[in-house]
Design a protein around this ligand. Structure first.
Ligand code: NAD
Length: 373
């Protein structure tokens, strides 16, 4: 059985779905790995590194003729032209989006696993690419904010004068938010955070930040440990209460998301207009519509003296480690799917397994989890 690793084609994508390290795990399952020439270049992995680790480096046609193809991003329809009938495609497939991909996969009698749909159960932690990449995004968001802010993060006392520490507010304390808090604290900022799930207060405090206590009149818990969408009334009350807390912030990192919905709007234009001069907002929800009313995906917006960044792919700015983590998630998943008998590996897509059942969006041409938009 051979596994193909293509060079990513999405604009700005620098990550790769296998690294020389993750190859060792894959090869241990008894498979052959075919890596497209240059696939790891942007992430700092050379063709020679893959060859030394035991892979075969070849062209895109050879990679796409493999029965299993592991990618970072959703394949473009053109990429699938060279795909083998019955191929299994694994990647961050954005399974809510349609745009012809599912029908194309069905026509190929293909199977597809969306890494986003790996359930957050203990057994699947090693395959949880949403968490591994959100962690990186949270870290990098703080680095971007620190670079854009014309002030120190830490308190500084020098012969030339002293500076107070930056005040950072983190909205949404899930995986990305908690990493943003930890990173901003390590840089010496004073950090406050808010989440609609009050039980995260303890985690926020254990990272040395204070929790912004805004009482909601409704329960914000949805399914699977995620938040659900608040009523319009509660959302407005929340924006009003948060607005006051943002006025003396130097940096706001917003990470609030609700599965399957537009990101909650937490920062209104009128709040931005009243914010401190030089303040920086990094809106990690930009790809889902943004937590700030003025965010524009992948653009820098300046409103008066406030800068709003809406990066949609921060892990691609930390391509080496983001690839290492993602590739490990993929290799762990393959460990679940590959079975070895007499030295030969075979692929088993057992829909009786909760992980496969949740993440397998297309099975041998049958669309199991249809896109929602
Ligand atoms: P996410 O990316 O969907 O959302 C980010 C955060 O935004 C969440 O904490 C959410 O509560 C918050 N949020 C939503 N609406 C908000 C609003 N209006 N105002 C403020 N905050 C708002 O979430 P995530 O980071 O993927 O994690 C969600 C949950 O899953 C967390 O409890 C996390 O600990 C848990 N989790 C569990 C596992 C596991 O058990 N293996 C792995 C990863 C995450």
């Amino acid at each position: 059985l051979s596994i193909g690793i293509p060079k990513e084609t999405a604009a700005g994508e620098t990550r790769v779905a296998a690294t020389p390290d993750s190859l060792r795990r894959l090869l241990g399952e008894g498979v052959e790995v075919v890596v497209e020439a240059g696939a790891g270049e942007a992430a700092g992995f050379r063709d020679a590194d893959y060859e030394a680790a035991g892979a075969r480096v070849a062209d895109a046609a050879a990679v796409w003729s493999c029965p299993v193809v592991c990618k970072v991003r959703r394949p473009a329809l053109a990429e699938l032209e060279g795909a083998a009938e019955g191929v299994l495609v694994v990647g961050l497939l954005e399974p809510h989006r349609d745009e012809g991909l599912f029908e194309r996969l069905a026509a190929l009698r293909a199977s597809a696993i969306a890494m986003e749909r790996i359930p957050r159960i203990t057994r699947a932690q090693g395959m949880d690419a949403l968490s591994s990449q959100a962690n990186i995004a949270g870290y990098r968001a703080v680095i971007e904010a620190a670079a854009a802010l014309q002030r120190f993060f830490p308190m500084m006392m020098t012969a030339a004068g002293s500076a107070r520490p930056a005040r950072v507010v983190v909205l949404g304390a899930g995986v990305a938010g908690l990493q943003a808090i930890a990173t901003a604290r390590r840089l010496g900022a004073v950090v406050e955070a808010f989440d609609v799930r009050p039980e995260v207060a303890e985690q926020v405090q254990s990272l040395g930040a204070s929790f912004i206590d805004i009482r909601l009149e409704e329960d914000a818990h949805g399914e699977g440990g995620y938040a659900r969408e608040l009523s319009a009334d509660s959302q407005q009350r929340l924006r009003d209460a948060l607005g006051e807390r943002l006025l003396d912030a130097d940096v706001v990192i917003s990470t609030a998301l609700v599965p399957g919905r537009r990101a909650p709007l937490l920062i209104e234009a009128k709040t931005v207009e009243r914010m401190r001069r030089g303040a920086v907002i990094v809106d990690l929800a930009a790809a889902s519509g943004g937590n700030c009313e003025l965010t524009r995906a992948d653009e820098i917006v300046r409103v008066g003296d406030v800068t709003i960044l809406g990066p949609t792919n921060l892990p691609a700015r930390l391509a080496t480690d983001a690839s290492q983590f993602y590739a490990r998630n993929v290799a762990n998943l393959m460990g679940l799917l590959l079975h070895r008998e007499d030295g030969d590996a075979s692929l088993v897509l057992d829909t009786g397994d909760a992980i496969v059942d949740a993440a397998l969006v297309v099975h041998e041409g049958d669309i199991r989890h249809a896109p929602t938009s």
